[in-house]
Design a protein around this ligand. Structure first.
Ligand code: ZN
Length: 123
């Protein structure tokens, strides 16, 4: 399961961050992902729940997932940002540059990223 490996990677990274900060608890983790990462939020949360079940550090913590809007880079004018989308289809080949209208664009895929981690720090 795609979400399971993503959740497990998040937990591993946050463990390191928590250790670096001498944290006693992880409270909230905010992550963002591109729509083309195809992450299903409910499955990610479910996988996260299973992984942290036995981990005291993560007890009662929350995982929040933000799905970012699609982003393109235009080959013709270097525009970077949300595309204009033709028709009802959200497939890449229907994307046009929002600035110059060119179809010569590529998707700027942003992989799942940890945005913020809210920790409880021991004094
Ligand atoms: Zn353009």
């Amino acid at each position: 399961m795609h979400e399971y490996s993503l959740a497990s990677a998040i937990v591993e990274q946050v463990k390191k961050i928590a250790q670096e900060h001498n944290a006693s608890k992880v409270k909230t983790i905010k992550v963002s992902a591109d729509p083309y990462e195809m992450v299903i939020p409910d499955l990610l949360k479910e996988a996260y729940g299973i992984i942290i079940d036995e981990l005291e550090l993560f007890k009662d913590s929350n995982l929040e997932l933000l799905i970012l809007p699609a982003e393109i880079i235009c080959i013709d004018c270097d525009y970077k940002g949300e595309p204009s989308i033709e028709g009802d289809d959200e497939f890449a080949y229907n994307f046009r540059c929002a600035k110059c209208g060119s179809r010569d664009t590529h998707l700027n895929i942003r992989h799942l990223t940890i945005e913020t981690v809210d920790l409880e720090i021991l004094e």
